[in-house]
Design a protein around this ligand. Structure first.
Ligand code: PMP
Length: 392
């Protein structure tokens, strides 16, 4: 008999978002009409000026490995972006590293920080991959509720009560997937106060930072006093520039942490794809062109359409997200577990959404609906959800 495979992988869960999206692909390949509101993938293609830059780079021979930390061009573009959008002055040589998307960035952030058994505090509910990435990195995730009655924010006493002698870091996400919360200065100050008091690192996942609606503002934790050295900021192009298939992002952190990550990138991936970095350098190096900002405008309108229309249905309650592009719909009045609701919705109405419980126990009683599909799909899919609920 062969020896057992990895315990860490065996014990980890499949990604419900990627899993449901794959199920939709299979159903469509079998010619079924499915509206896909599952994974957070926009319908739009990457803006053409970014594609052209990558194609040009590829044609001109930019097809070899780059420095492990990324090309000077890409890192400088990231520094420009940080200064322009986040008012952060970063040294592209020592404080920035290229990653193959935000998940890969989170992976090297965790691998750089954790020793076996170290604990990482995460939000409950949170992005589905956090628990697994922490486990693969040898750590233990400690979910701390962000409760609906506290507007999906941490309560300081509850956060502090979860800290032990093994706590190494806090990992959080704003704008938040799945709830749509954008952390205010007070929310960030709470996290900063706790991190400083207990000498913790903080990983901030800012993949949705340009998706901010209705006058909310995004603030970076590293810009708060005392936080620069202990914060690891993970950013990407997946969502904001509709570049999910490119697999590119970057990390801004202290030179020491970046030097750990550089070692990891050398061994894990050698480097990010050369021509991908060339395209991404254009995306980050200059202010976003109208092609991109028009996407953001559309996505905001789609979020508003979905939330308003869903609110017309008795039994469903949805707030307009402050940021990111999900409708986080409260279905608790219907008295059906979120997984059963989603399974039936897909089978009976051909609409794929994500059960709230897959983001954590506090997510039960909710479903997550991705609002960045074509207008036709948005209208058709939301109508089908209404019809389904009315028939229950
Ligand atoms: N973080 C969060 C909060 C996300 O929602 C996602 C994608 N759904 C990711 C990270 C993954 O980003 P990437 O595709 O750049 O790896």
């Amino acid at each position: 008999m062969l020896l057992d495979l990895s315990e860490k992988v065996r014990l980890s869960k499949l990604s419900s978002t990627v899993g449901i999206a794959d199920q939709v692909t299979r159903l469509r390949e079998a010619s079924q009409q499915v509206v896909d509101f599952s994974a957070g993938r926009a319908t739009e293609d990457t803006p053409s000026y970014i594609v052209e830059a990558a194609v040009e780079a590829m044609k001109s021979g930019d097809t070899h490995q780059t420095m492990a930390k990324g090309t000077t061009l890409f890192r400088s573009a990231c520094a420009n972006k940080l200064e322009r959008d986040n008012k952060i002055i970063a040294d592209p040589e020592r404080e920035i590293i290229a990653t193959m998307g935000v998940k890969q960035g989170l992976t090297i952030a965790l691998l750089s920080l954790l020793n076996p058994g170290d604990e990482v505090i995460v939000e409950n509910p949170c992005f589905v991959s956090y628990h697994q990435l922490i486990a693969y990195s040898g750590g233990i995730s400690v979910p701390v509720p962000i409760r609906p009655e506290n507007q999906f924010r941490w309560d300081k006493a509850e956060l502090e009560a979860s800290i032990t002698s093994k706590t190494k870091a806090i990992l959080f996400n704003s704008p938040h997937n799945p709830t749509g919360v954008v952390h205010s200065r007070e929310d960030l100050q709470l996290i900063a106060d706790v991190a400083i008091k207990y000498n913790l690192y903080v990983i901030t996942d800012e993949v949705y930072e340009r998706m901010i609606w209705d006058g909310n503002t995004h603030l970076n934790l590293a810009s708060l006093p005392g936080m620069r050295e202990r914060t690891i900021t993970v950013m990407g192009l997946t969502k904001s520039f509709a570049m999910g298939g490119w697999r590119v992002g970057f990390i801004y952190a202290s030179p020491t942490i970046i030097s750990y990550m550089e070692k990891l990138q050398q061994h894990l991936i050698t480097s990010c794809n050369a021509f991908v970095q060339a395209g991404a350098a254009v995306a980050f190096g200059e202010p976003p062109r109208a092609e991109v900002t028009s996407y953001w405008q559309e996505w905001q309108e789609k979020c508003r359409f979905a939330t308003q229309t869903l609110n017309e249905t008795p039994g469903l309650s949805t707030s307009m997200p402050q940021g990111a592009f999900y409708a986080w719909t409260d279905i608790s009045a219907l008295g059906i577990p979120s997984e059963v609701f989603c399974k039936r919705l897909l089978e009976e109405m051909g609409v794929a959404v994500i059960p709230g419980v897959s983001f954590g126990s506090i997510g039960e009683g909710h479903i997550r609906i991705t609002c960045v599909k074509s207008w036709q799909e948005m209208e058709d899919g939301i109508f089908r959800i209404k019809t389904f609920v009315e028939k229950l």
